[in-house]
Ligand binder design. Structure first.
Ligand SMILES: Cc1cc2nc3c(=O)[nH]c(=O)nc-3n(C[C@H](O)[C@H](O)[C@H](O)COP(=O)(O)OP(=O)(O)OC[C@H]3O[C@@H](n4cnc5c(N)ncnc54)[C@H](O)[C@@H]3O)c2cc1C
Length: 494
């Protein structure tokens, strides 16, 4: 059985970033990346719907160590995929990736201080590897099963119906009447893109979402890049955007009414006084109770104004052979219906864990510093911010994991385990009310009511805590297995 020091699960933005951090900060560790699919890029390779793009800026969604130099701050999916692939190539990571290895089970043995990881290949063959540390970079949602609510009569529809996560590459929407169900980031991306050629696109929503228009290019970032070395320009822009994002998030929390009025006022300016903003663009919740939807260069508003796209706020009664019947009694004729109804969240890539023979459920554990799980040894997982770019937290998580590994090397310890203190109370993990978070409350781990079990969801605080805070903080226990006859203490590999 092959053995490496660290197994990284997933070759998406997080997994490739983790490998780069490991190479740079813990170069003495051997590692392998197990990737279930046959490609690098994760989200940015999987999603193929028209217009696929980021909804946060690439100066914060990009890695801290690799400047984003493209003129577009809001980038398209293929450019982000290429950025991740390029990172892998430049850092000699490709040869460490085992594609087509879907990890199903991982079993920890305390006497051996090792995980045995079982992965399934496409041909059904099971491959086993061992490692000292398991670093889950498997994202946060199911790749196979998106969230598809069941509507009455779905089978009656004679046109084409599918989920946006499974967009058929050969589909031609030219001249077609298209209905997109949903009003989240996916729907808001697809509508203006498909509206360019379709006969008409309707965004059918049960309730509105906050939308804010921003230019897809950042003139300050592009100007800085013409004058300064790319790394310097990147870091200035990154900090500018981190600060602005934190400022607006805190403002929305402190002054929800004013923020709400401002956001809705901006939509009114986009769509004009005759548009029914009250019905279609006035959410029932406060800003940042759910993620804000970014509209680059006002694209969806322009298609609405041009009459190429429209928004319907209503509920589905049933699918009919020719479209959708709404609870109001109205009918929406359609050739194509797309469910942009969201993701099905999962945790640690749906991998089944056992610790010394006993099954453990990470979702029942307490999250430690947003990356380890209480009482689960030598395992960390990347989970980015929900109120800022994912990679800001992913980078900090990798730094912290490397510091932990280096501490174990320096102290000759093989096991690290965040020991749960029974007096710590539980809170829900993420402070958002979005449908996909609500649906996944049972899947996500718990947040503690105090440090180090409580998530900060704040980059500046995390930066201080994770980059500079002690890894041996009294909660994380470092130890060795009971000595076996002839065993040697762990040393750094040459
Ligand atoms: C459409 C869309 C747009 C988004 N836009 C943004 C944005 O603008 N800004 C932002 O901050 N976030 C955004 N996100 C969140 C986004 O997922 C993260 O930004 C980031 O791409 C996550 O990277 P990741 O590597 O952690 O996970 P993923 O991209 O999901 O990659 C995980 C990888 O792990 C593999 N994997 C999973 N389970 C296993 C297993 N058991 N065995 C082996 N391999 C496994 C998968 O095949 C995949 O390759 C978006 C998400 C979606 C779905």
């Amino acid at each position: 059985m092959d053995h490496v020091d660290v197994i990284i699960v997933g070759a998406g933005l997080s997994g490739i970033g983790a490998a780069v951090h490991l190479r740079k900060q813990s170069p003495d560790r051997t590692y392998a990346i197990l990737e279930g699919r046959d490609a690098i890029g994760g989200t940015w390779d999987l999603f193929r719907y028209p217009g696929i793009r980021s909804d946060s800026d690439m100066y914060t969604l990009g890695y801290a160590f690799k400047p984003w130099t493209n003129a577009k701050a809001i980038a398209d999916g293929p450019s982000i995929r290429e950025y991740v692939r390029e990172t892998s190539r430049e850092n000699d990571i490709d040869r460490h990736i085992r594609f087509g290895h879907k990890v199903k089970r991982a079993s920890w043995s305390t006497p051996d201080a090792r995980w045995t990881v079982e992965a399934e290949k496409a041909n059904g063959e099971t491959v086993k590897l061992t490692c000292n540390f398991l670093f889950m970079c498997a994202g946060y949602y199911s790749y196979d099963n998106p969230h598809q609510p069941q509507f009455e009569g779905m089978g009656d529809f004679k046109g084409t119906h599918f989920h946006a996560q499974l967009w058929p590459e050969e589909l031609d929407t030219t001249g077609k009447r298209v209905v997109i169900i949903g009003s989240g980031a996916t729907a808001v991306t697809i509508v203006p893109e498909v509206a360019k050629d379709a006969a008409h696109v309707t965004m059918l929503q049960r309730s509105p979402t906050y939308m804010v228009s921003r230019p897809s290019e950042d003139p300050i970032a592009n100007w800085l890049r013409t004058w300064l070395p790319p790394k310097v320009a990147y870091h200035i822009t990154r900090w500018k955007n981190v600060s602005l994002q934190m400022f607006f998030f805190n403002l929305a929390r402190k002054k929800p009414e004013q923020t709400k009025e401002r956001l809705i006022g901006l939509v009114r300016e986009e769509l004009g006084p005759d548009y029914d903003v009250e019905t279609h663009f006035t959410p029932r919740y406060n800003p940042w109770d759910q993620r804000l939807c970014l509209v680059p260069d006002s694209d969806i508003f322009q298609q609405i104004k041009a009459g190429k796209a429209s928004v319907v706020t209503d509920e589905i009664e049933r699918f009919t052979p020719t479209g959708i019947k709404l609870k109001s009694g109205a009918e929406l004729p359609a050739d194509i219906i797309v469910s942009a109804t969201g993701l099905r969240l999962n945790l640690i890539g749906d991998v089944q864990l056992t610790v010394d023979g006993a099954p453990v459920d990470a979702s029942k554990s307490l999250s430690y510093k947003g990356m380890f799980f209480s009482d689960i040894p030598n395992l960390a997982s990347t989970f980015g911010y929900t109120n800022a770019s994912w990679t800001l937290k992913a980078d900090l998580t990798c730094e912290y994991v490397c510091r932990t590994l280096n501490h174990m090397r320096d102290t000759g310890t093989k096991i690290c385990i965040p020991k749960r203190d029974p007096s710590v109370g539980e809170e829900s993990w993420l402070p958002l009310t979005s449908g996909y978070i609500e649906r996944a409350r049972e899947v996500l781990p718990r947040n503690g009511d105090r440090k180090p079990w409580k998530l900060n969801q704040n980059y500046a605080l995390d930066l201080m805590a994770l980059r500079y805070g002690a890894v041996d903080d009294g909660t994380m226990q470092f130890s060795n297995p009971p000595a076996k006859a002839g065993a040697e203490p762990m040393k750094a590999a040459a």
